[in-house]
Ligand binder design. Structure first.
Ligand code: ADP
Ligand code: MG
Length: 238
């Protein structure tokens, strides 16, 4: 059984159907990348997994356990958004530690976790700064650090690099790939960037208008696109 299983998932906003029966799964430790044009339903799918949207049909399970109806805070999922959503009045260290503090994690344990992730993300020298004193790339590192210290079952990333310039995007892509390999975490990652998808994914799912067009390894999708939409979107050779 796959680690994350999505079965016949449907989501409508009023009469507008946005996800039209999605079947998708990813094994533990896998890196699933959702790609597709703007408005195809990627964020809605991610938000449904996180519990930020109530689904209107189908089911989602993690580790064999249905999570529909579970409050977002009970799903053991950490999410990183395109906009970093850091607390402006807290330092970097406080931002990273906040979730742990709420859960009553002792200070010594918090400090150790902060030390580990800040080493990994090369933000150790920024711990006393506030978000307004950071560059976009540094802010996104802090947001990722905050997700990492929670050590969740599943990471969701919604276009985390879209706000960064091209050079930084490539650096951060490499860094996220390294983190995944090093930590063996399971990730669902949304992007509209084909190259990002090809370099990061163990599995790619291509969406269009709320329907899954194809899922498979990057090589399968690129070399054997299921239809002309997938071929065009992935830039497959004709
Ligand atoms: P993507 O992330 O792929 O760009 P979204 O999941 O954000 O796409 O949106 C998919 C579709 O659902 C869009 O047509 C969008 O307008 C619509 N949509 C998203 N959220 C809402 C909402 N809260 N109410 C109504 N329509 C929504
Ligand atoms: Mg989106």
């Amino acid at each position: 059984m796959a680690f994350l299983e999505i079965r016949n998932l449907e989501k409508s906003f009023g009469k507008v159907s946005v996800l039209k029966g999605i079947d998708l799964e990813i094994d533990k430790g896998g890196f699933l990348v959702l790609v597709g044009p703007s408005g195809c339903g990627k964020s809605t799918l991610l938000n449904s997994i996180a519990g930020l949207e109530t689904i209107t049909g189908g089911s989602i399970s993690i580790d064999g356990r249905g999570i529909d109806g579970l409050h977002p805070s009970k799903r053991d999922i950490a999410m990183v958004f395109q906009s970093y959503a850091l607390y402006p009045n807290m330092t970097v260290a406080q931002n990273i530690a906040f979730g742990m503090e709420i859960r009553g994690v002792p200070k010594a344990v918090r400090d150790k976790a902060i030390g580990q992730v800040s080493d990994m993300l090369q933000i150790g020298h920024l711990l006393d700064r506030r978000p307004s004193q950071l560059s976009g790339g540094q802010r996104q590192r802090v947001a990722i650090g905050r997700a990492l210290v929670r050590d969740p079952k599943l990471f969701l990333f919604d276009e985390p690099l879209s706000n960064l310039d091209a050079k930084l995007r490539v650096d951060m892509r490499t860094e996220i790939k390294r983190l995944h390999q090093r930590m063996g975490t399971t990730i669902v990652y949304v992007t509209h960037d084909q190259i990002e998808a090809m370099t990061l994914a163990t599995k790619i799912a291509v969406l269009k208008d709320g329907l899954l067009q194809q899922s498979g390894t990057p090589a399968e999708i690129y070399n054997n696109p299921a239809n002309t939409f997938v071929a065009d979107f992935m830039g497959s050779p004709a």
